[in-house]
Design a protein. Structure first.
Length: 331
């Protein structure tokens, strides 16, 4: 099964439908499976007095509240419809993360097949119940969560009717950007082993190497923020990949998928011709006469490998030669 790669546009459209479409174009060019946005009603998401995260304070206007910052990034229903039809025309899946009940209903009415639960909602019981009742595919991000909290969220989703085989759990860290020492990628395997489920990684590190490592460790799904330009105004651009980096990440992931292969150890198609060239055979070290005893003095092991295998050395030593041999002739 191919790794499902989500290019997270998030709010990097800066409220502009033109920028949103340009982001979709980049995702298509990179060859990802889906492009993801965020769906929210600011009034339902943030109280007027809520502070911004530290990384948001550094990347946006300090005088503006979290409410005002987010309000500018909200996409209305018509914009959703336009972006969905644009994605259909470009043959890429449209996804969006809902942050409140109205947004869940909106995305459900628009026919989304996969619902992404962000890390911040993993302890939101009514929200999890609502998603669970949809009986859709679910991708659950687990930033800031421990194993017990993941288990509770899974139980709620399944109690409401979502099938376990339709849930993919993403290991994540919600710091933008995530310091390497905080990635804890082995925890992704712990999630997969503990819950016997599909698992993946939602990445906020600056490079692409952790995503590639996650695929090598068995991730079914990779999610990564991207932008048109890291220097644009807005909260998430700095910790996002630029177009060339996204293309590079996808190419690397697809190469790793190919390279992982099957678990069976056998000569590959491309290296089979090398067996004769690189392996060795038992050969005559000197000229040998019929009736001579074969021993270490008149036998050697040399390339090519199309004669008797050196693994038969002990069985050949001490036997009588059945014919004459010239030097270097295969025994």
């Amino acid at each position: 099964m191919s790794v499902f790669i989500i290019a997270e546009a998030g709010v990097n459209h800066n409220g502009s439908i033109k920028l949103a479409k340009e982001l979709i174009d980049v995702a298509v060019e990179a060859g990802v499976d889906a492009v993801k946005f965020q769906t929210f009603k600011t009034e339902n998401l943030v109280s007027k007095k809520a502070e911004k995260a530290e990384y948001q304070k550094k990347t946006t206007n300090n005088d503006e509240s979290q409410f005002d910052m987010i309000k500018k990034l909200e996409l209305d229903t018509d914009t959703h419809k336009e972006l969905i039809s644009y994605c259909i025309s470009k043959k890429i899946m449209f996804l969006s993360t809902p942050f409140d009940h109205d947004s869940i209903n909106l995305l459900s009415s628009l026919g989304l097949e996969i619902f992404k639960i962000p890390s911040g909602e993993i302890t939101n019981l009514p929200y999890l119940r609502h998603i669970g009742t949809l009986n859709k595919k679910v991708i659950l991000s687990t930033g800031m969560a421990n194993i017990g909290e993941i288990e509770d969220a899974l139980d709620i989703l399944m109690e409401e009717g979502t099938l376990k085989e339709n849930i993919t759990i993403l290991h994540a860290n919600t710091m933008y950007p995530t310091p390497m020492e905080d990635v804890n990628l082995k925890a992704m395997k712990t999630i997969g082993n503990t819950f016997n489920c599909k698992y993946g990684y939602s990445d906020h590190t600056l490079g692409i190497e952790v995503d590639i490592a996650a695929v090598a460790l068995g991730a079914n799904c990779i999610e990564k923020h991207f932008t048109l330009d890291k220097n644009m105004e807005g909260p998430d651009h700095k910790a996002s990949l630029e177009p060339k980096e996204l293309i590079s990440m996808v190419k690397s992931i697809r190469n790793i998928e190919l390279a992982l292969g099957s678990s069976r150890k056998k000569p590959s198609k491309s290296e089979k011709p090398n067996i004769i060239i690189a392996r060795k055979s038992i050969v005559a070290k000197t000229s040998i006469k019929k009736g001579d005893i074969l021993d270490e003095n008149n036998l050697a092991i040399k390339r090519p490998g199309n004669g008797l295998s050196p693994m038969l050395w002990d069985r050949v030593i001490g036997t009588i030669s059945q014919k004459d041999y010239k030097e270097d002739e295969l025994i």
